[in-house]
Design a protein. Structure first.
Length: 195
């Protein structure tokens, strides 16, 4: 894996994108391995007091003793598979961040999605660094400022790495909208450091 770095994309402060962090071959192999072997769950979250299953599958991997409540859902914590542990070690070295948790999302097709949110849970600290690796189908990722009309869209390619750091979570929300006609699945790995 190459080191993720800043790039000249028109993204706001706190977001940087590297298209080819993993080769096409490695991304595909990893996609099929994770799709088959991770212990996928479909937790429920409470929105305005009502319980809904989330529109995607998830797996939460973390060091022992890490506990992360995500919008009210307490995910089962899985141990690190070797292939993701070695990716975590490389990313931690490259970015100088002690990643200790990984939220993996499987979007089965374009009907699966993630709504507008910020990763601003207090367990992530004031200026969290999140490394987000994409595998499989390309999906549009949207970013909007919390207090004005600034909006950005970027297509996240298979093998890419999007880094969110600085005040990206304080100042912006992001989402992965539905793409109704998309038939192909995508896996997203978000490496996090929980304090
Ligand atoms: O799938 C993606 O690229 C977005 C994931 C995301 O927003 C998150 O895990 O907080």
């Amino acid at each position: 894996m190459q080191q993720p770095n800043a790039n000249p994309n028109h993204l706001p402060d706190g977001f940087s994108y590297q298209a080819n962090a993993l080769s096409a071959q490695k991304s595909l192999e990893l996609f099929y391995y994770l799709q088959q072997y991770l212990n996928w769950q479909q937790p429920s979250i409470k929105v305005y007091g009502k319980s809904h299953v989330i529109p995607r599958l998830q797996c939460f991997i973390a060091d022992q003793n890490v506990n992360y409540g995500y919008s009210g859902s307490q995910l089962i914590v899985e141990p690190w598979p070797e292939v993701l542990d070695s990716m975590r070690i490389r990313l931690s070295r490259a970015l100088q961040i002690p990643f200790n948790a990984l939220l993996v999302n499987l979007y089965r097709d374009g009907h699966d999605c993630m709504g507008w949110h910020s990763d601003d849970e207090k367990e992530l600290g004031e200026q969290p660094t999140i490394a987000s690796v994409s595998l499989g189908a390309e999906r549009v990722f949207k970013i909007k400022h919390k207090h004005d009309n600034e909006q950005h869209s970027i297509v996240l390619q298979s093998g890419s790495c999007l880094i969110m750091n600085g005040f990206s979570q304080r100042d912006y929300q992001h989402s992965l909208p539905k793409q109704q006609r998309l038939k192909h699945p995508r896996i997203n790995l978000t490496f996090r450091s929980i304090v």
